[in-house]
Design a protein around this ligand. Structure first.
Ligand code: BTN
Length: 237
């Protein structure tokens, strides 16, 4: 594992995507500030300088690339395990890759694949709200931070160490074939809810039944049961 630290950078995901050829597997990039932080579906990821944990890491090991569909959820679980050790409660995974604390978003994950002929590497970016208490802008999902929940300042470096050590440990387990199904499905925020899903080109209300063993989302669409990949669906609760 190698770590690079930046005071200011455009985006840690972008940096790894631009430099992936020259960097080794499990290179981590941390930044106090991102000037062009990116979220899912082309949204911006805004984060006050020095207040939060914003980082990305690069994966090249074929054992992980073949498990890429499980990766976001395993990263989300690693974040949950670390935040629980700081006393944050009621942490759930909003499939495929958000972490919620008591119904509010505390962490977002952006996993991006780089493919030439086949999947060559994955860049996984994590943004955790640590000490920020004011979130301006239009948020699809209301944010919350560790400080807002714990009512005290949190040591960002300690959160970084806790999250990264769990992330590395769980990724090693994933390589060895652990499926994480029990731990992840027990923290399924969407299970039992009705959501609007964009399936193909059609926006339909479906009922979430839960996760499948391979960590896809199982939904009931009328009488039909569908197992969905993250790419096939966008959610509006
Ligand atoms: C989302 O919820 O939409 C995903 C947010 C991902 C944000 C992180 S912050 C570190 C990394 N660099 C980025 O530009 N984005 C990710």
């Amino acid at each position: 594992m190698r770590s690079l630290f930046f005071e200011t950078i455009g985006s840690t995901n972008r940096y790894l995507k631009d430099h992936h050829r020259d960097l080794e597997d499990m290179t981590f990039v941390f930044a106090d500030q991102q000037t062009a932080g990116r979220g899912r579906s082309g949204r911006k990821w805004l984060s006050e300088k020095g207040k939060n944990l914003t980082f990305s890491f690069l994966m090249k090991d074929p054992l992980i690339l073949r498990e890429h569909e499980k990766l976001s959820a395993v990263c989300a679980l690693s974040v949950i395990e670390a935040l629980e050790s700081f006393g944050i409660k009621d942490l759930m995974i909003k499939w495929p890759n958000d972490v919620y604390a008591s119904g509010k978003k505390i962490c977002g994950i952006l996993a991006e694949g780089i493919s030439y002929e086949e999947l060559d590497c994955i860049v996984c970016g994590i943004g955790i709200n640590v000490n920020q208490t004011k979130f301006e802008g239009d948020y699809l999902h209301e944010p919350v931070s560790m400080k807002m929940i714990l009512k005290e300042d949190v040591d960002v470096a300690a959160v970084r160490d806790g999250v990264c050590s769990r992330m590395i440990g769980n990724i090693d387990e994933l390589k060895k074939g652990r499926d994480f199904f029990e731990e992840i499905s027990a923290r399924d925020y969407l299970k039992g809810t009705k959501v609007f899903a964009l399936i193909g080109n059609e926006r339909r209300q479906v009922e979430v039944l839960g996760m499948t063993r391979d960590l896809r989302l199982q939904v009931k669409d009328g009488e039909e049961i569908l197992d969905l990949d993250s790419g096939e669906i966008t959610f509006h609760l």
